[in-house]
Write a protein that binds this ligand. Structure first.
Ligand code: TRP
Ligand code: SF4
Length: 405
């Protein structure tokens, strides 16, 4: 497959190195990544440069956080034979693309990204009036575009960044995708598909351009992807010709919204490090048990004989994640009639959480014991990623007239 036709099959996502991960990450992002790796060509990376945009003044914790996080990915079931795992700064091509894209990105686009002002408000104690912090959504755009990824799994808070990425790609293609005689070249490329496909493509293109028929656009893209006889240049032309009047050098990615994790924290709020209500993936079984045994319950249930109400109890939210219908009925009845005590009620949750963590922790221990193996996984992933990144960059340099011979 060539880079353009691979686009729709390629998934890219990154995570800032925040150290060890917890059950909230597992039920949100990680299980999603594990599922995607079976269906797509996945690129998952540690965004260490992104960490510097907010934590430039104490970077010493970054390396440990990077390795801890990678081990947790592997422990959660991300398979290095299926997905490419790498560290952003090991692929310096991201930085060159970031620089080149910065030349065409209007300042206003970055200032208007919602997270810019939000984060500055939230992290008042940090000085975020830096060039790097303003530019970090563009660095994220470069992370995505350097692989010409089609799908970007992200949470709600990151959708605006993927939208910016789309705008930057569109602008890039508009400025640099123009070429003399584009129309003729596109027509000639069409002929190379064979009569039948060419006619189909042409009809679908018109249906999209004149009637805004998006299913025709989708069908035409699929048709292009199935073509074996097109050169990379011709393919870019035909992808571009579908929608506009220039080559599509950097294809626009789509966000793949990660469903918000239903995993509650120990206090019933969302599980998050900043609320100190997490269960770490590598927490010792004794401390997991203790944390669950001491977690708050329905505050109206003071004595064992007082009836309770599950909907007011954080433990119930754990049952919703972990328990069978039968157990849930037992909780509902037992709680409301004071037929069961809270410790009794927590027992099945404790068992399920420990059962879920057991294989994760086993794998984590294996990787912890083989730091060389983990380094090799990252070395190989970074090398493979670089290979793709270089290909894109060669084309970008060419498009921007940066080829000297
Ligand atoms: N900014 C993302 C976050 O804070 C991490 C990230 C960096 C990312 N580059 C990316 C996510 C590219 C998806 C694609 O979570
Ligand atoms: Fe919560 Fe269960 Fe106690 Fe009811 S019995 S208050 S659901 S812990």
């Amino acid at each position: 497959m060539n880079p353009v036709s691979e686009q729709h099959a390629r998934v890219l996502s990154g995570m800032r190195p925040t150290g060890r991960l917890h059950l909230g990450h597992h039920h949100g992002v990680l299980q999603n990544w594990v599922a995607l790796q079976h269906e797509y060509d996945c690129y998952f990376f540690v965004a260490d440069w992104h960490a510097l945009t907010t934590h430039y003044d104490d970077p010493t914790i970054i390396p440990e956080s990077v390795w801890d996080m990678v081990i947790d990915w592997l422990a959660a079931g991300i398979d290095p034979d299926k997905a490419k795992l790498f560290i952003q700064s090991r692929v310096p091509e991201h930085a060159e693309l970031h620089l080149l894209l910065s030349m065409i990105t209007p300042l206003g686009w970055l200032e208007r990204v919602p997270s810019y002002k939000d984060q500055q408000e939230k992290l008042k104690e940090r000085d975020l009036a830096t060039y790097g912090f303003l530019g970090y959504p563009l660095l994220q755009a470069a992370d995505i575009l350097i692989y010409r990824a089609g799908l970007v799994p992200v949470g709600e808070d990151q959708v605006a960044h993927v939208e910016l990425t789309r705008e930057v790609a569109r602008r890039f293609n508009h400025i640099y995708g123009k070429e003399k005689g584009f129309e003729e070249k596109a027509q000639a490329a069409m002929k190379k598909m064979g009569k039948k496909s060419a006619r189909l493509y042409s009809r679908q293109r018109i249906a999209y351009q004149e009637q805004g028929d998006h299913s025709a656009l989708e069908a035409a893209r699929n048709l292009l992807e199935s073509q074996q006889n097109l050169s990379l240049d011709d393919r870019e032309r035909l992808f571009g010709y579908l929608e506009g009047s220039g080559r599509q050098i950097l294809p626009e990615p789509q966000p793949l919204l990660t469903k918000a994790s239903k995993m509650p924290g120990l206090d019933g709020q969302k599980m998050s490090k900043s609320y100190q209500n997490t269960i770490s993936l590598r927490a010792k079984p004794e401390s997991v048990e203790k944390a669950l045994r001491t977690m708050p319950t329905d505050t109206n249930r003071v004595r064992r004989t007082d009836p309770g109400e599950p909907s007011r109890c954080p433990v119930w939210q754990f049952h919703e994640v972990y328990s069978t219908e039968e157990t849930k009925r037992w909780v509902q009845e037992g709680c409301r009639t004071a037929g069961i005590g809270c410790i009794e009620c927590k027992q099945p949750v404790i068992e399920e959480v420990l059962k879920e963590l057991r294989p994760i922790q086993e794998r984590a221990r294996e990787f912890e014991g083989q730091p060389e193996l983990v380094r090799t996984i990252i070395d190989e992933g970074s090398e493979a990623a670089r290979h793709q990144a270089r290909e894109t960059l060669t084309e970008v340099r060419q498009a921007m007239s940066l080829v000297y011979r």
